[in-house]
Design a protein. Structure first.
Lengths: 1069, 360
């Protein structure tokens, strides 16, 4: 079989905003697929609402629509572009569901669009709980005893038949949203109710609980001719019970003998054959650790997070191959780019160990429940490669950037033995460290295994690490060559060895070099060296032979540091920046070397940079690469805080930093130095003080005058930032801040409640280019990453634009910026103040690049390489305004995280973003709301208002606006009174603390379209507001927590018109 | 204890001794399977060879009775990166190290197995020695290694006496299986398909087979250079000239090709692993197969009047199977019995059983 010649124009659907359960892996998959399609001469039309992605670049697809991923908007794109085919299996569950919906409502047939790859029937069979069970039964594959139910009563009846505990899995949801383990009837009623509500088809599966079995995954592929292969096997260290996205996963499987391995491999291949998948597929199994008994847990008939991991773990490009299969190629017709000699029709075999650890957001959401279960909570993940399990584990831990450098959490040292034992039974993100602590205390592996069900083989690996720590300690000073070599083979960091041996890190390094213990880089080649490979994809080991070849041919080598795992505050946008910088450097004739550890990203695709090092982003790990490659320079501006914090270390290693030097970064972050610069430039900022103690904070706040903004310095995404209105607030916050941050001072600033404006600029030493000014809809106080942002600005007067341009140039010059600078301003009482300066890339770069057509990263990279803006064709100063309005709207993942307050504030909470692009502001805003899946109430709808006292005056106008639109207003006591006093028609509802029926009953009843609730201050979770906000999340009711967001909704309702929305191809901007 | 691996090209790999502390000379080959070390160790085709496992973590699930592919391990020496001190599996009866010691297999761990694999791949399989000696002269060892050659391997591994094993369930066919180094699962695959199997020594005269009342003949896998087995080839020709259904695997496949006028040659570094793609030419489909061979039938020497190439290796285009013009006769280079490796081609046993006629 060969390529189907009738396929000429293909529509690719992306996965939308980054949310928990659906992250950067689909940008990676989509980008790879689009490139594979273009390689075949196919015209690619792309729809994705997420502007931070690489796939939405005009160099990736021919037509790019950053539009809501819903039926009307994609239908419009189809009408306009008339693609002949659609590729549904690369945009995650979102893309797949949407493609299925378009198929089911007849749109695809109407416009003659063919679904490529796996057929709708097959997808339905794999996705529908009952259909899947029936199919498995027909081919003799065992499933877990289960039943699909559509009501709580049926759920209870079935559970009582098979016995508790039972697992509840909602149909068609992301990352198991709304699922959980129920241990009794009460628990089941709660979880089943939520699950039924969240499922697209109102179904949940109730199944026998097999928690504790081994969880095994196979990534498999099948082509139209029926050829089947497995790409990779994976074993979860956390047994069944923890969502695979939250599990520590090792590849390949480690504790399966050939018999079990082949049994499950054959099962996986039988399953995709029966489902007639054409492309990639993920099969999850539960395997009884004491027998050959197994059960099929789940099958994903599409590219998934696991397939991204499998691709990076083996070097096999699953998305690319899936795209080619969809075009009609068979596996043996697709070349293996790694070896250049073999084809995609083989099974990768690896000669190293791969380990993935999820990155959970509990450092941000300190109040969230850390318990892990069937509901995924991780925002991202890290992967590490080593030739031992211990080595991969140590590398992965370092890659997490959680200030942990070994298999050890210091805080656990203070606990008693029985407390550690108790903690073993609790499944949290910290359990890995609890297990290690238990081993240190001498609790037997058998006992730990009986509690955690982690396989003894993994526990042995942990034990070997601990034994090695002991061996190093026993040296009481410089270790002997053997002990040191073994420690390095387990990838212990020099810094950790130094601590254990009471040495300086530099002494450890010197000793290593004296013993000849130096890292050697090995290649990831898909074939365990059986064929000569040329993949420039490396990992470090301490085995002798070094394979990192010098391929530069005399070109200047530039090291580009990536941004590590996706977390709140540092998302996919930094990968966008890194990848674009790599491309720009390549065009400038440089040899590019990328260092990163995130398997979900485009940057870790081995054909993006000239060389890829899959390594932790710590100074020491990077130094090994520096010593190997001896780069001409390094780029740290694009990899977020992860990369920028390595600037100083790189400078000390003697590596030239391209663009802004480390000192400029320090000057922007060091309070006193920065204040001095502002003074010298005559630029105003809010009054502030640097403090260390609560007493100092109280004095500072009273001197400056409330309200004040309190935050630790050197943080990302506003971590630990709060607005204080009085002394009590200060005391509360200082207590919390001091729990987590000690080293750096705490900043207390006057809180200016003005209009927040943000710019990104490129500075070449003389001139500045500002692609555009972005205005935040929410006033200062809501983190910039959580605000709705609009370009071009609506309310910024010309004089202020000039001031902003001037300040940006002055600050860039004063800080020694070469390349990117991001500044946040406040316009308050007709004066422009500077809030914050970041001499690096920001999360707005992808979006502003796309809507203005200014290739910001390309220009910044050229400038860093010594070129001048005036020669680059985009002018200087503020770039001419685009004809479109672009609204960037944050998207949250609150339904995945219990006990997190959804109220917006200075601390960032969003996981992703969408863009709305239109000719007018209200239309762009409307599109953005639609893209974010926020329903704006309509005539005949009902909204509940309950706002804090400070907002009561402002809410009146908004409520009146909604009432005038024919929307019914309900409000709690105080708000109701304020509205009625102003003659706004309003009905009082009882507070959640009052007798039923009250506000929470109304939210649960499904008759409310929106809740507008502005949070009172503080982090307390027992407040009414917190309960209201959580209730809206649990019942999927829209909730707005800032008065400005509510006003934006009103603007949309008053001036926006859905019927006038039409898609815009950004390649035409 | 310290151990050292010395190769015929003078390369020296230091490591630690595992299994028996001793000295062995062998032909070093590498295997890329990620599971199945016990099946590899007990596969008679490895007689005379030392095996380097390219996957670095070996011994994780220990060893057990059921996974032996023959009565004892035949691998001469075993080279791994990391040996697991614990076997963690519900069937585990001993650790891998205990197993190696019990069977006097000399091994080494702590070797840069990737570098070693690359060396064997780029320079071809070569002889090597594992020694626990503290002092040695590389030159002398190299001299000794030059002289080594795997010979008489089939005679060593084949069974001494015929043995008949009943079918599982109702026995409908009786298969004569010539044992050149047969793997247990080949016998099992036949028994599971309703065949009574009589395993015969490699030296069994053809006449004895032909007069034994069998419904079909299988020629097994086995070690060494196929061309060394002159006597056996002669007997195989007689079997071919009969009308009995015939299926041969690996060495058996090579012997039948030699018996019918084709030639075999040596691959630079062989195919050993569980991920080799093979195209079934007639069906157009590709199957992932388990392989273990250093010699191969040279496709261009196959007389089209005698047989046609039915299976081709997708990676290097080498011959992976022959379909003979003579009715009910086909052979494959790869191992449909797997163990270790993928079970995707077990259907070939169905094909063989069907060739014996009747309801199959």
């Amino acid at each position: 079989m060969a390529k189907n010649p009738n396929i000429k124009k293909v529509l690719v659907l992306g996965s939308g905003p980054i949310v928990i359960g659906q992250a950067a892996e689909f940008d990676y998959a989509g980008t790879q697929a689009c490139r594979a399609l273009k390689e075949e001469g196919i015209e690619v039309v792309l729809v994705n609402s997420n502007p931070a992605t690489i796939m939405t670049d005009k160099d990736i697809a021919d037509h790019v629509y950053i539009e809501p991923l819903n039926i009307p908007s994609v239908t419009q794109v189809i009408q306009r572009e008339r693609p002949d085919s659609i590729l549904p299996t690369l945009g995650g569950q979102t893309g797949l569901n949407l493609a299925m919906a378009l198929h089911e409502n007849g749109t695809l047939e109407k416009y003659g669009v063919k679904l490529l790859g796996t057929s709708p029937d097959s997808i339905r069979k794999a996705e529908d709980r009952q259909g899947f069970k029936d199919c498995m039964e027909s081919i003799g594959q065992p499933c877990v005893t289960s039943e699909v139910v559509e009501s709580v009563a049926d759920a209870v009846a079935f559970a009582e038949k098979i016995g508790y505990p039972v697992i509840v899995r909602p149909a068609y949801t992301l990352g198991g949203t709304g699922g959980g383990i129920a241990y009794d009837r009460a628990g089941l009623e709660e979880i089943a109710d939520r699950g039924i509500h969240l499922s697209r088809v109102g179904q949940v599966l109730i199944e026998r609980c097999i928690a504790g079995w081994k969880e095994i995954e196979f990534e498999v592929m099948r082509d139209g001719a029926g050829n089947v292969i497995t790409v990779c096997s994976m074993e979860n260290i956390d047994p069944v019970g923890v969502h695979t996205g939250d599990s520590i996963v090792v590849a390949p499987t480690q504790t399966l003998a050939n018999k079990e391995y082949q049994m499950l491999r054959t099962a996986a291949l039988d399953i995709i054959t029966a489902l007639e998948i054409e492309g990639g597929c993920n099969c999850q199994f539960a395997l009884n650790p004491d027998s050959f008994e197994y059960a099929v847990i789940e099958v994903n008939p599409r590219v998934s997070r696991s397939s991204a991991l499998a691709s990076k773990a083996t070097g096999y490009p699953i998305a690319k191959v899936a795209a080619k299969i969809a075009l009609g190629y068979t596996l043996d017709e697709i070349p293996n780019a790694v070896t250049g000699k073999t084809t995609a029709c083989f099974e990768p075999t690896i000669d190293y160990c791969v380990l993935k650890i999820p990155r959970l957001p509990f450092d941000k959401f300190t109040t969230a429940s850390r318990t892990l279960g069937t509901q995924m909570k991780a925002t991202g993940e890290v992967m590490a490669i080593a030739n031992s399990f211990e080595g991969a584990l140590m590398k992965a831990i370092r890659s997490l950037e959680l200030n942990v450098r070994a298999l050890k959490l210091d805080k656990l040292e203070q606990l008693e033995d029985d407390e550690i034992e108790d903690l073993l039974a609790q499944v949290t993100d910290e359990r890995l460290f609890v297990v290690a602590e238990a081993l240190r205390r001498g609790i037997s592996p058998q006992k730990i295994n009986s509690i955690t069900r982690m396989d003894l083989w993994f526990l042995d690996g942990f034990q070997r690490i601990i034994d090695q720590e002991e061996a190093l300690k026993a040296c009481q000073g410089a270790p002997d060559a053997d002990t040191l070599r073994r420690a390095k083979e387990m990838c212990f960091a020099d810094s950790y060895i130094a601590t254990l041996c009471h040495m300086e890190q530099a002494q450890v390094k010197a000793l290593r070099e004296q013993y000849g213990i130096i890292p050697a880089f090995k290649m990831v080649d898909t074939c365990a060296a059986e064929f000569d490979a040329v993949t420039p994809y490396y990992y470090s080991s301490y085995d002798g032979e070094n394979e990192a070849a010098d391929t530069g041919a005399g070109r200047k080598k530039v090291l580009v540091l990536g941004s590590g795992p996706i977390r709140i505050g540092q998302g996919i946008e930094f990968d966008y920046c890194c990848v674009h910088s790599v491309w720009a450097l390549k065009r400038l004739g440089c040899e590019t070397i990328i260092v990163n550890n995130n398997p979900e990203t485009v940057s870790t695709d081995f054909d993006v940079a000239d060389k890829l090092y899959f390594e932790p982003l710590t100074a020491e790990d990077v130094q090994n690469i520096v010593e190997q490659e001896k780069p001409w320079a390094a780029v740290v501006q694009f990899g977020g805080q992860t990369a920028i914090k390595l600037a100083k270390a790189l400078t000390e290693m003697g590596v030239r930093i391209l663009g802004t030097p480390a000192d400029g970064v320090d000057a922007a972050e060091d309070r006193e130095r920065f204040d001095a610069i502002l003074n010298a430039c005559g630029i105003p900022r809010a009054k502030g003080r640097t403090v260390f103690t609560t007493q100092q904070a109280l004095e500072a706040a009273n001197e400056i005058g409330y309200p004040v903004l309190v935050r630790p310095s050197y943080v990302l995404g506003g971590q630990g930032m709060e607005i204080a209105y009085n002394d009590r607030n200060i005391r509360d916050f200082m207590k919390i801040i001091n729990q987590t941050v000690q080293e750096h001072p705490i900043l207390v600033d006057k809180y200016l409640m003005g209009r927040e404006v943000e710019v990104d600029g490129v500075f070449d030493g003389d001139d500045i280019l500002i692609p555009g000014i972005m205005e935040h809809i929410e006033r200062a106080g809501v983190h910039s990453g959580d605000s709705i942002s609009v370009y071009p600005p609506i309310h910024v007067e010309d004089q202020h634009r000039q001031t902003i341009e001037g300040y940006t140039r002055q600050l860039a010059k004063a800080l020694g910026v070469i390349g990117l600078i991001n500044i946040q301003f406040i316009i308050y009482n007709d004066q422009v103040y500077v809030i914050e300066v970041n001499p690096r890339s920001s999360r707005t770069i992808p979006y502003i690049s796309k809507v203005t057509g200014v290739p910001v990263i390309d220009l910044a990279t050229k400038v860093m390489m010594g070129q001048k803006l005036k020669d680059l064709g985009y002018g200087t100063g503020i770039y001419p305004q685009a004809e479109y309005y672009a609204v960037k709207m944050p998207v949250f993942s609150f339904e995945k995280l219990t006990d997190v307050d959804t109220g917006l504030g200075p601390e960032m909470k969003s996981t992703g973003e969408v863009l709305g692009l239109a000719e007018s502001f209200p239309q762009a805003l409307l599109k953005a709301f639609k893209g974010a899946n926020m329903r704006v109430p309509k005539r005949g709808g009902r909204i509940i208002l309950t706002v804090k006292d400070e907002d009561k005056r402002e809410v009146v106008g908004i409520a009146r606006g909604f009432a005038d639109m024919g929307i019914e207003i309900l409000a709690t006591d105080g708000t109701c009174k304020a509205l009625q006093d102003a003659d706004v028609p309003c009905t009082r509802v009882a507070r959640v603390s009052e007798a039923h029926p009250n506000l929470s009953d109304m939210i649960a009843s499904g008759t409310i379209d929106l809740v507008i609730n502005t949070p009172t201050k503080g982090r307390r979770q027992d407040t009414d507001g917190f309960k209201i906000r959580r209730a809206t999340v649990e019942h999927s009711v829209g909730c707005v927590t800032a008065i400005d967001t509510a006003r934006a909704m009103l603007t949309v309702r008053e001036q926006g018109r859905s019927v006038d929305l039409h898609p815009i191809d950004i390649t035409t901007i | 204890m310290k151990a050292t691996l010395i190769l015929a090209n003078g390369a020296v790999f230091p490591g630690r001794s595992i299994g028996e502390a001793g000295e062995r000379v062998c032909e070093m080959v590498f295997n890329t399977s990620m599971t199945g070390y016990q099946e590899v160790l007990t596969d008679p085709s490895y007689a005379g060879q030392g095996v380097v496992m390219s996957y670095p973590l070996v011994g994780n699930y220990g060893v057990n009775e059921q996974d032996n592919e023959s009565r004892r391990p035949w691998v001469e020496a075993f080279v791994v990166r990391h040996l697991s001190p614990r076997g963690s599996n519900f069937r585990c009866q001993a650790t891998l190290d205990e197993f190696l010691k019990q069977h006097h297999i000399v091994g080494i761990e702590g070797v840069d197995t990737r570098a070693l694999t690359k060396l064997l791949r780029s320079q071809g399989s070569m002889n090597g020695m594992i020694t626990c000696a503290e002092h040695f002269h590389v030159d002398q060892v190299v001299e000794q290694l030059r002289a080594y050659r795997v010979s008489g391997a089939v005679e060593r591994v084949t069974c001494r006496q015929p043995e008949t094993l009943p079918a599982y369930g109702e026995g409908r066919r009786h298969v004569a299986l010539l044992d050149f180094g047969v793997k247990r699962n080949m016998v099992e695959c036949l028994r599971r398909r309703g065949c009574q199997v009589t395993v015969l020594p490699a030296s069994t005269p053809a006449q004895e087979v032909l007069s034994g009342g069998y419904d079909g003949v299988m020629l097994s896998n086995g070690p060494g250079d196929p061309a060394d087995n002159r006597g056996v080839i002669e007997q195989v020709r007689k079997l071919y000239e009969s009308s009995l259904p015939l299926y041969a695997v690996c060495l058996g496949h090579q012997l039948l090709a030699l018996a019918t006028g084709a030639k075999t040659g040596r691959l630079a570094y062989g195919h050993r692993g569980g991920n080799h793609p093979v195209r079934d030419v007639a069906e157009g489909r590709v199957f992932i197969t388990s392989q273990n061979h250093g010699y191969v039938v040279l496709s261009e020497t196959v007389d089209p009047a005698v047989a046609e190439v039915s299976h081709v290796n997708v990676n290097d285009g080498t011959c992976e199977g022959l379909r003979y013009k003579r009715p009910n006769c086909f052979t494959t280079q790869f191992h449909p019995e797997a163990s270790p490796g993928p079970q995707d081609t077990e259907y070939l046993f169905d094909r063989f059983v069907a060739s014996m006629g009747g309801e199959g």
